[in-house]
Design a protein around this ligand. Structure first.
Ligand SMILES: [Zn+2]
Length: 276
């Protein structure tokens, strides 16, 4: 691929749009820091509920040794990996109450740090109580993750989220059905932008979340180059405030450092919503 060419071409945000949404996000951030609301832990500790999205083709993720070498061996992880053989696993933590948020990883199967970070996060949340409800899809396309492939059946799933029947469209429909309040899609980047980043869609809800994560995790704040087939755009177009996080990492491999960055981005997303 031409290095200077963006992998996702689309409408560039204008300078004024960037100023406006960055300002809105910053305003919200400083207000939030002034009026720190105490989160009250209500629910008791709840066990992770491992569900399955059958419409998405499964794959044996344990064949991807780069993923497996970073995962601890425990019954929960085994259940997630076994489920992935049949379809995309969806793990619910919390009692179904609001706020309800969703985290996705593995839309690109060879971007490994977020997928590992998502599994680690599930294990962490499984040991504690959360406010509201978290749905985590660590392997959005298990078949691609098993093959350590960016593409799923030759398709870039982050270009077809607006197309009926694709895995990303199925995930979007599930988010709508579950009445998700916010969504965050986690990626790794080896080309563009090739830096830890948080990308927002041009609306206030999305930019508020992104600025918060930017300030808390040192991920660079970037506006989305519009393409309707990205999960972030398709979800925002359906009124689910959504952001996309990137961690710098080579394709097909992970590192403890990159896993940690992705994990922190996930935790700040949950912090923003008062979940943890
Ligand atoms: Zn990606």
């Amino acid at each position: 691929m031409n290095k200077n060419k963006l992998p996702i071409e689309g409408k560039l945000p204008t300078r004024w749009e960037i100023y406006y949404y960055t300002l809105m996000g910053n305003f919200n951030y400083w207000l939030r820091m002034l009026v720190r609301n105490q989160t009250v832990k209500t629910g008791d500790f709840q066990e992770a509920d491992v569900g399955i999205i059958n419409e998405i083709q499964g794959g044996d993720v344990s064949k991807n040794i780069e993923i497996i070498k970073y995962l601890s061996e425990n019954p929960l992880n085994s259940a997630i990996i076994e489920t992935s053989k049949i379809g995309a696993p969806i793990i619910k933590l919390g009692d179904g109450s609001m706020p309800r948020v969703m985290l996705t990883a593995g839309v690109h199967g060879n971007e490994l740090p977020p997928q590992i970070a998502a599994i680690n996060l599930i294990n962490e949340l499984n040991e504690t109580s959360v406010n509201g409800t978290v749905y985590i899809i660590p392997f959005s396309a298990p078949k691609a993750s098993a093959q350590n492939s960016k593409l799923y059946n030759g398709e870039n799933l982050n270009l077809v989220a607006d197309t009926q029947g694709t895995p990303t469209n199925t995930i979007l429909n599930m988010a709508l059905e579950l009445q998700i309040d916010a969504l965050a899609d986690f990626h790794a980047t080896s080309t563009h932008p090739k830096k830890d980043a948080v990308i927002y869609f041009l609306n206030i809800q999305s930019s508020k979340m992104a600025v918060y994560i930017n300030k808390k995790s040192n991920s660079e704040l970037m506006a989305l180059i519009y393409n309707p087939g990205t999960l972030i755009a398709a979800a925002n177009n359906k009124n689910i405030p959504t952001i996309l996080c990137e961690v710098k990492s080579s394709d097909g491999v992970a590192s403890n450092e990159a896993i940690e960055v992705s994990h922190n981005q996930m935790k700040e997303f949950l912090n923003y919503h008062g979940i943890i």
